[in-house]
Ligand binder design. Sequence first.
Ligand SMILES: C[C@](O)(CO)[C@H](O)COP(=O)(O)OP(=O)(O)OC[C@H]1O[C@@H](n2ccc(N)nc2=O)[C@H](O)[C@@H]1O
Ligand SMILES: Nc1ncnc2c1ncn2[C@@H]1O[C@H](COP(=O)(O)OP(=O)(O)OP(=O)(O)O)[C@@H](O)[C@H]1O
Length: 295
Amino acid sequence: MATPPDNVPRFTEAAPAKINLDLRVTGRRADGYHLLDSLVVFADCGDRLDYYPGDGLAFEITGPFAAGLEADENNLVCRAIRSFATNAGVQVTGRFVLTKNLPVASGIGGGSADAAAALRLLTRLYPGALGADHLNEVALSLGADVPACLVSRSLRMQSVGEAITPVKLDFPLYILLANPGISVETARIFGDLKASGFSFSPERRLPREIATPDQLLSILQNSSNDLQRPACQRVPEVAGLIDEIAGLSGCLYAAMSGSGATCFGLFASLEEARSARENMSVDSKNYWLNAGTIL
Ligand SMILES: C[C@](O)(CO)[C@H](O)COP(=O)(O)OP(=O)(O)OC[C@H]1O[C@@H](n2ccc(N)nc2=O)[C@H](O)[C@@H]1O
Ligand SMILES: Nc1ncnc2c1ncn2[C@@H]1O[C@H](COP(=O)(O)OP(=O)(O)OP(=O)(O)O)[C@@H](O)[C@H]1O
């Protein structure tokens, strides 16, 4: 078989944006990590990780949000490569190129999605080197969102992030994502929640299959993102953003994802999500807006 030219990646992995449609904080562990119950979906926008074979190990970042990150050993892609290599007992070589399309520290799991993309890519490069359970342990050690991002399809996330149950959505769903260009540190928002004396959300029942948009709406209207209130206190733009999205034509539901500051609106058609993006009144210089499809 002919070898591909140097400018064609051997493997490419998408790193889709993660959206917490709700996020219930149901308890706190002795180590300070919070117990969660979140309905999570993934969108067709995201970062991309390309792999080019070669001697030595190299990592580069390109794309619209590359400037916000260092391509150093602390990057979640490098941490994922290191951890995979150690746990699988392999020596990883080659050039990894991350195209950073998602805003950094924005509640849509960018870094976690990148780490998960690196783990999926390495699993293709070294098939069978790590069993599924071991891979999930490695994923969790990189971040609470990484096990969910490994799956990158709609799911229920519980425990501190590692208990994953697939949830099937039986209908197409579209999303508008809006980020005000203000980064939010996740640990700080959980800290603010704790300091507020917040009472934990009760357990809830969640079906494994959601048949209609109305059923999804009824689930979301009876739930919330418990991090939204502390995030709104730190970033007052969030409340206005949710109100604006909720008022756009065709918007079924609007809220904040993760620890913020990205907010989202759900739509029944891509046309409605796109025209909602066009109708946002925000300053497009600072804001990041994306209309897309739920995977
Ligand atoms: C808010 C979510 O995005 C919801 O999906 C995740 O829970 C956060 O996922 P993540 O960014 O991968 O989080 P990590 O990097 O593991 O943790 C960042 C910080 O958030 C807090 N944290 C995170 C997850 C969790 N279940 N409880 C927490 O209290 C901890 O202070 C932790 O130091
Ligand atoms: N590849 C990466 N992409 C984004 N952030 C990274 C990456 N590697 C390391 N980081 C660091 O991780 C932190 C969290 O970034 P990330 O974009 O994952 O946050 P987030 O969108 O709030 O994630 P979550 O929704 O999982 O809380 C940032 O402060 C950033 O410096």
